[in-house]
Design a protein around this ligand. Structure first.
Ligand code: UGB
Length: 432
């Protein structure tokens, strides 16, 4: 039988062979000893790495739930202060999307008349978050505190309702934009459906339950061609996923009203524009491009028919929101159970005088004193509808809603704001 020695030194003779074999054996044991030490070290390192990784995942998971940006006594004090009404029988309103266009305007209006306001906004990057931060700074200079968080965060919502017995929720947080839904459909489901349900769940469990006023959209009329659009018209032919999620929101809110007794008012906004507006909207991006000398794309409908919108000025929309809050009845549920039927309403908030897109451009050219480079193209089939036109009889009768600003005047105010905010900076970036 061949031994190790023979294997290693097949030709080594006698004693030398034996001594060398011992030496080899010592080496082998040393080597084996060092191998097992290495093995132990390796085991130790693996264990260390594994515990580090699981610690990391614990930190990641916990940070989801114990987010550093909210919680703590100081934070709660800020929330309570901000929610405190400064007038008799004033409201405590939770405004979602408070750093958004409509949200920031209504928050300021509520604060000015002495209501308490707490904002909630996730500051997402759908459009320049620095504009949202600037709106937040404006609100904060009026003692309005905005929580940075998402409406899908049920723990955060529960905490907010724990800290403040909100009388009202003005729900304006949403994924806006009709055409962007083609690019990012999931974000519409996330914010306009999942987020809405999370918020309603929190409202239903809150004690007391708040009254809810929320932003639906003129887009729910979709392919409806009966003008002007009335709340009684059909809304089952959406032309975009955005419209479909807003319509779904109307059905979802109805369910929560029916089962849990939440008082709910949906407002169908018609193409809202004005100072501090949304850079993704046509009037805003046209202004930027015209000032930069860049071409603008003007969509045109079938048979060369111009597209038209019932453009509605922000101050009119603010009055409509306040009218809805002021006429909202209390929710009727408690402990998650309805005690009696609660109010459920839907209103158009439009201007009632549609203007074509080429006309919008002509007004901007006049106010900016610059001629636009127009690129007129067929309307792509990406969710647009040819026209919108609101019948506002119901809102007028029940909310006292009465729009007073036409597009000419409203755009003048917008341009004035645009130039003061961005300056004449041709890159459309804010001068600080
Ligand atoms: O009422 C609503 O519920 C919605 O209003 C708004 O949608 P819209 O009415 O589509 O406004 P907006 O994009 O300003 O386009 C205006 C017009 O310019 C045309 N348009 C647009 C872009 C362009 O590059 N060229 C162009 O011709 C375009 O074809 C259209 O005819 C909100 O964005 C939306 O979030 C929702 O609130």
């Amino acid at each position: 039988m061949r031994n190790l020695e023979d294997e290693l030194f097949p030709s080594t003779p006698g004693k030398v062979k034996i001594e060398r074999a011992h030496a080899i054996s010592r080496q082998f044991h040393r080597c084996f000893a060092s191998t097992s030490t290495m093995f132990l070290w390796a085991l130790f390192l693996i264990a260390l790495t594994a515990s580090y990784l699981s610690f990391q995942s614990f930190v990641d998971t916990s940070s989801k739930y114990f987010h550093a940006s909210w919680g703590g006594m100081h934070w709660e004090r800020q929330i309570r202060n901000s929610a405190q009404p400064r007038r008799q029988n004033g409201y405590s309103v939770l405004v979602t999307g408070a750093s958004g266009f409509v949200g920031s305007h209504v928050s300021l209006a509520l604060r000015r008349r002495g209501d308490g306001v707490v904002g909630l906004d996730n500051f997402n990057s759908y459009y320049d978050p620095s504009l949202k931060k600037a709106r937040k700074a404006l609100l904060s200079s009026h003692s309005i505190f905005i929580v940075e968080g998402d409406i899908n965060d049920s723990r955060l919502l529960a905490k907010l309702f724990d800290v403040v017995p909100f009388t009202h929720v003005l729900h304006l947080a949403a994924q806006a934009g009709v055409r962007y839904a083609i690019e990012n459909p999931a974000s519409y489901v996330h914010s306009n459906i999942a987020g809405l349900v999370t918020l309603l769940e929190a409202c239903k469990s809150a004690d007391p339950q708040p009254s809810i006023v929320w932003a639906s959209s003129s887009s729910v009329y979709g392919l409806n061609d009966k003008v002007p659009f009335s709340e009684l018209d059909r809304t089952d032919q959406p032309a975009s996923l955005y419209a479909a999620t807003k319509k779904a929101g109307e059905e979802i809110t109805h369910t929560y009203n029916h089962i849990y007794g939440l008082s709910i008012t949906g407002l169908r906004f018609f193409t809202v524009y004005g100072p501090w507006g949304r850079p993704d909207m046509a009037y805003f991006s046209f202004t930027r491009n015209i000032l930069q000398g860049k071409p603008i794309t003007v969509y045109r409908g079938k048979n060369h028919v111009d597209l038209a919108r019932d453009f509605t000025y922000i101050d009119d929309i603010v009055k409509g929101c306040l009218g809805a809050l002021d006429t909202a009845e209390k929710s009727t549920g408690t402990g998650g159970k309805k005690r009696k039927p609660a109010q459920y309403r839907i209103y158009n908030l439009g201007n009632t005088s549609p203007v074509t897109v080429p006309n919008l451009v002509a007004i901007l050219e006049r106010h900016l004193k610059v001629k636009a480079k127009k690129n007129v193209v067929e309307m792509p089939g990406n969710g647009d509808v040819p026209f919108t036109h609101a019948n506002i009889s119901l809102a007028r009768a029940e909310l006292g809603y009465k729009p007073t600003t036409n597009l000419e005047t409203g755009l003048k105010k917008f341009v004035k704001w645009y130039l003061s905010y961005y300056g004449y900076n041709p890159r459309g970036v804010r001068n600080l």
